[in-house]
Design a protein around this ligand. Structure first.
Ligand code: PLP
Length: 355
């Protein structure tokens, strides 16, 4: 939702399009078809040149922008396969698109296996899309290209340092990085958040940040993740609820994405969970792309967040959620009926943190 608002603020209001996911990440067939259609439409309308930004020698205006979270996605918790990553780069090159990879969760990873002792990993699960652009078929700076590349990776110290840092970084080709450095805010002050950057630089040089990620964050989140998934296996899977990509060896991020059975409505579940059990979960519909909801519907999904609550609350939250699902199944409720009254519970369980 943060992404929607950011793109709208950047001038894309009314132009956002949703691309459904498949089990390997983004649905590339759909993406190609829709880009092709939008190019045909633009040509028919004579919309063939950028008009809203001045031409600058260090800047480039791409024909399309593709935004994605390839690793431990928010909200779907999926990780894009290597073959999809390569195909995405090829597609972006073919259509002169910039792929913006929101890589904020890449460092928060651990083995999925509930029985393993291991709970930290210092090697990436697979190359980032920006790494692939750098080397695939001659790389981003190959002879016949303009040198800007087709992928930029952004990440954030909010997830691996502290949320209040409000500092992140972007990575792309040298030419792309130079262009970013010349944008108004950066060119004027050197960095949008000078003071936090100074602290972060110290933390990186001393190795304190790296050690915080490996020794504190990864083990803590791994333990919360495994507790949550064990509770889901125990209480929700028997009711027909499923998780995407169940066979992954490495998992991470903040979220688990649940698919509800029998057309049960995520919105009804979220409402009843809050009213009857004091459990907060966001319904899938909150993540549908404004203006293009039809293309990727999430009416029968909810997202659980394991990064915020203590482990006993995660288990109790899932147990309470299963009670609501059972009552909905018993009542044959798909979406609309009124909640039961008088069952409100003590002790809020917030499984919905972070939008
Ligand atoms: C995919 C993704 N990108 C970016 C952010 C926001 O990062 P920051 O806290 O640095 O603004 C979030 C936060 O939840 C997120 O899920």
């Amino acid at each position: 939702m943060l992404a929607f608002r950011s793109f709208e603020d950047a001038g894309f209001s009314g132009k956002l399009r949703a691309v459904p996911e498949d089990e390997e990440g983004i649905d590339l067939g759909f993406l190609r078809r829709e880009i092709h259609k939008s190019e045909e439409k633009a040509k028919a309308e004579g919309n063939t040149k950028p008009t809203f930004k001045p031409a600058r020698p260090y800047a480039k205006i791409y024909r399309h922008v593709i935004y994605c979270v390839p690793t431990f996605a928010n909200p779907s918790s999926r990780t894009m396969s290597l073959s999809h990553r390569k195909e995405l780069v090829r597609c972006a090159r073919e259509y002169d698109a910039l792929v913006i990879c929101d890589d904020v969760y890449d460092f928060l990873q651990w083995p999925a296996d509930i029985k393993t002792e291991r709970s930290s990993l210092d090697k990436a699960v697979m190359p980032r899309v920006v790494d692939i652009d750098r080397v695939l078929d001659g790389g981003a700076e190959r002879a016949d290209s303009d040198g800007f590349g087709n992928v930029v990776s952004n990440a954030s110290f909010s997830k691996i340092g502290a949320p209040g840092m409000r500092t992140g970084w972007v990575e792309g080709t040298e030419k792309f990085a130079y262009g970013v450095a010349q944008t108004g805010g950066t060119w004027s002050g050197g960095a949008p958040s000078q003071m936090s950057s100074t602290y972060i630089s110290d933390l990186l040089e001393s190795g304190a940040l790296q050690s915080h990620v490996l020794r504190t964050l990864q083990p803590a989140y791994a333990s919360r993740y495994r507790t949550l998934v064990s509770a889901i296996d125990r209480y929700l899977v028997p009711l027909g609820i499923t998780l995407p990509q169940p066979d992954r060896a490495i998992v991470g991020g903040y979220f688990v994405w649940l698919h509800l059975p029998d057309g049960l409505s995520g919105a009804a579940l979220a409402r009843r969970a809050k009213e009857e059990e004091n459990v907060i979960v966001p319904e899938g519909e909150m993540f549908e792309v404004p203006g293009d909801e039809e293309a990727a519907r999430f009416g029968d999904n909810v997202r659980l967040c394991f990064s915020w609550e203590d482990e006993d609350k995660l288990v109790e939250g899932v147990r309470r959620l299963s009670g609501v699902v059972r009552r909905m199944q018993r009542d044959g409720e798909r979406g609309g009926s009124q909640p039961q009254t008088g069952a409100a519970r003590e002790g809020k369980h917030d499984l919905g943190a972070f939008r």
